[in-house]
Design a protein around this ligand. Structure first.
Ligand code: FE
Ligand code: ZN
Ligand code: FE
Length: 210
């Protein structure tokens, strides 16, 4: 980053946000497909539509400073999306939902930081139009974060806890764990509820989801 003025830094940060949002329009549909809870699915598809509007807003902001909309690789979003991809490979069910929410909330907090700074910079630079547009997106990111919090606390995390709890209870009571009878796997094997390795044998019949 070779920004020499706040104006240039503002444009650099805009490019970072523009790249991040564009990456999220590709990640969110995958997250929606992977999510099990209907509410979480809807939250991801709703936020996808919101993200598309946020991209349009960023393009308006670029124009307000006489710049062509252009992205510059946002390493932060790349990293968070990467972690989400790993979760989708390794987990499933309510535990995957809990992991998807954890990742999505990291994204929202990252975006809240980015848009908070951008809106403040716009104000300092006397660009009221940009300040207003960026402020609208900032509010949407905050609302998305709150929505994810609600879904996690009302349903998903409890379900994730339950699916782990069943396994641990079975272990404590020396009962065969779910799936063992069908696969003949030893209950001392590395089998944990919510992980793809624990359930691969049971899910193989319906194929891979990605
Ligand atoms: Fe966004
Ligand atoms: Zn970034
Ligand atoms: Fe967002």
């Amino acid at each position: 980053m070779a920004a020499k003025s706040l104006q240039e830094l503002f444009v650099e940060e805009l490019r970072d946000a523009y790249d991040g949002e564009n990456r999220l329009t590709k990640a969110l549909p995958k997250m929606a497909r992977a999510a099990e809870h209907p509410e979480l699915r809807t939250a991801f598809t709703d936020h996808l539509r919101e993200t598309e509007r946020q991209i349009t807003r960023l393009e308006q902001v670029f124009r307000s400073v006489g710049e062509k909309p252009r992205g510059k690789k946002c390493e932060g979003i790349v990293g968070i999306v990467e972690e989400g991809n790993s979760a989708m490979e390794e987990l499933e069910g309510a535990v995957l939902d809990a992991a998807l929410i954890a990742g999505a909330q990291r994204v929202e907090h990252y975006e809240i930081a980015a848009y908070g700074t951008l809106a403040y910079f716009a104000g300092l630079l006397g660009n009221d139009q940009a300040k207003d547009l960026l402020g609208q997106t900032l509010d949407e990111e905050k609302a998305a974060d709150r929505k994810l919090n609600d879904i996690a606390k009302s349903r998903v995390n409890r379900d994730a806890l339950m699916s782990a709890g069943i396994d641990e209870m079975a272990e404590a009571n020396e009962m065969p764990r779910r799936g063992n009878r069908a696969t003949g796997t030893s209950r001392n094997g590395a089998r944990r509820s919510g992980t793809k390795t624990a359930r691969r044998s049971r899910t193989s019949s319906r194929g891979r989801r990605r």
